[in-house]
Design a protein around this ligand. Structure first.
Ligand code: UDP
Length: 472
């Protein structure tokens, strides 16, 4: 039965990694008959290209005070605290008015779904008695780790000597597998950002408890991928609804009326190069390495040169995303003879191309899932945040990649020889490479099953909508 009465207010944190899965989530809700209002900052709204124009999807952007230029700080100084305060103040006012106005019009929202770091949005909704749900755009395992950190396990997590066993998780972790913002020894220089992040997480995660606060946590993952982590904390109402990847890349049929509205494509805040697919068409099957570090990580000049050396030495063809802020002066000419360098690409299209053999990735959760649903094995090259845990899962649990190693005394620089060694394992015809490719295909199939009509994620999302209607 279609859920016609649902009116969901959806608010993502305004960065690419939150925007992409949120748009995919909106489309899934709409396909189940819900009406979705998607609200982000005016600056971000104007930057997103490929926004779908779907029936039952409204956009209502709001001002964070930075409409024309956006927040340009590095997230690690007082400017971010100022920005966060302004975003919070203006956002709260906007959401309050929007919820009240919709009720007055006789079309009240049935639920607010927001991504993490938007504590203010959840607070406003609770004050107005509107049910809320958290759209968790990282793996369930990461949520569990952070949850335990705030529930009596911070000391254990901080001890560098022990391997870390957390309640309900059989996976043993070491320090290098933890989300970096939990560690005092964070490799990056993002200490101010980290402490703000922890405050946001603490505010939002500490009081989640099915009895006291029945917030549903909608996880961008799927049952088969994290069966244990999704249920390891009994007090949490966690359900998997992913992978939130454009349906065209999952072989999921959406009503054809959506296709002509751009309903199947990926959203972008940077302009993608439009000749990647043509270039990939000229390459042999599984012969190309794709390299990208997502939208936020900016690699140092030294690290860029080490990657360049590895690519030149290992002899495979490659497509490398070098963002505007990244600098690579040496080796550029030689590299362009062997491969292709772009500033941004349509990543899901690239990953689903048959010429792809390996993804050298920073292990952002969207990138990891996009690689997984495309059956592409990875070289895991995590830098910060949840990427560290994602790399552990990729290498040791799902066994679809190998992780680069580095000496801590070299400030996290991964040397060219190590990168080359990992690329050769994944691209090579040895036993390990074969095993990774086999596993990657199995996970690809399981991911696609999850979002089919009788798959676990599809059923979970239906169940969520039924519960919300009952509560609203
Ligand atoms: N992406 C893209 N083109 C690129 C690089 C990245 O479309 O050249 C997309 C990618 O498909 C993913 C998102 O940007 O959906 C990055 O999200 P992720 O969680 O992997 O990393 P973050 O940017 O949050 O670090």
């Amino acid at each position: 039965m279609p859920h016609r009465r649902h009116r969901i207010l959806l608010i993502p944190y305004p960065v690419q990694g939150h925007i992409n899965p949120t748009f995919q989530f909106a489309k899934r809700l709409i396909a189940l008959g819900a009406h979705v209002t998607l609200s982000t900052t005016i600056y971000m709204h104007n930057r997103i290209t490929n926004k779908p124009t779907l029936p039952n999807l409204s956009y209502l952007p709001f001002s964070d005070g930075y409409d024309d230029v956006g927040y340009k700080g590095n997230g690690n100084d007082v400017t971010y605290s100022l920005y966060a305060a302004e975003f919070n103040r203006r956002g709260s006012e906007f959401v309050t008015n929007l919820i009240l106005w919709n009720s007055q019009q006789g079309t009240p929202f049935t639920c607010l779904v927001h991504s993490i770091l938007l504590t203010w949005a959840a607070k406003v909704a609770r004050e107005l008695h509107l049910p809320t749900a958290l759209l968790w755009i990282q793996p369930a395992t990461v949520f569990d780790i952070i949850y335990h950190y705030f529930h009596g396990h911070s000391e254990l997590i901080k001890n560098p000597e022990c391997s870390i066993a957390l309640p309900g998780l059989s996976l043993l972790l070491s320090q290098r597998d933890l989300p970096s913002f939990l560690l005092e020894s964070d490799l990056s220089a993002y200490s101010n950002y980290n402490s703000l992040m922890l405050t946001f997480f603490e505010e939002q995660i500490k009081d989640l408890d099915v009895e006291k606060n029945p917030t549903t946590i909608l996880v961008n993952s799927f049952e088969a991928l994290e069966p244990e982590a999704l249920r390891s904390v009994e007090k949490l109402n966690m359900i998997s609804i992913g992978p939130l990847v454009p349906s065209a890349f999952l072989d999921v049929k959406e009503p054809t009326k959506y296709n002509s509205f751009g309903g199947q494509s990926q959203t972008h805040i940077f302009q993608p190069s439009n000749d990647c697919v043509e270039w990939l068409d000229s390459k042999k099957e599984m012969s190309v390495i794709y390299i990208s570090f997502g939208s936020l990580i900016v690699l140092s000049k030294v690290q860029m040169e080490e990657i360049a050396r590895a690519l030149l030495d290992c002899g495979f063809s490659f497509l490398w995303v070098i963002k505007e802020k990244e600098e690579l002066l040496s080796y550029r000419e030689e590299l362009e003879k062997k491969g292709k360098i772009v500033k941004w690409c349509s990543q899901v299209e690239v990953l689903s191309h048959s010429s792809l053999g390996c993804f050298l990735t920073h292990c952002g959760w969207n990138s990891s899932l996009e690689s997984l649903v495309s059956g592409v094995p990875m070289v895991a090259f995590p830098r910060r945040m949840d990427q560290m845990t994602n790399a552990k899962l990729i290498e040791d649990v799902w066994k679809i990649g190998v992780r680069v190693d580095y000496k801590v005394d070299e400030y996290g620089i991964v040397r060219g020889d190590e990168i080359k060694k990992c690329l050769e394992v994944v691209m090579g015809s040895g036993e390990k490479g074969e095993e990774l490719r086999r596993n990657a295909i199995e996970w690809k199939n399981l991911a696609r099953e999850a979002v089919k009509e009788y798959g676990s994620s599809h059923k979970n999302l239906r169940g969520f909508l039924d519960d919300t209607i009952a509560r609203s």
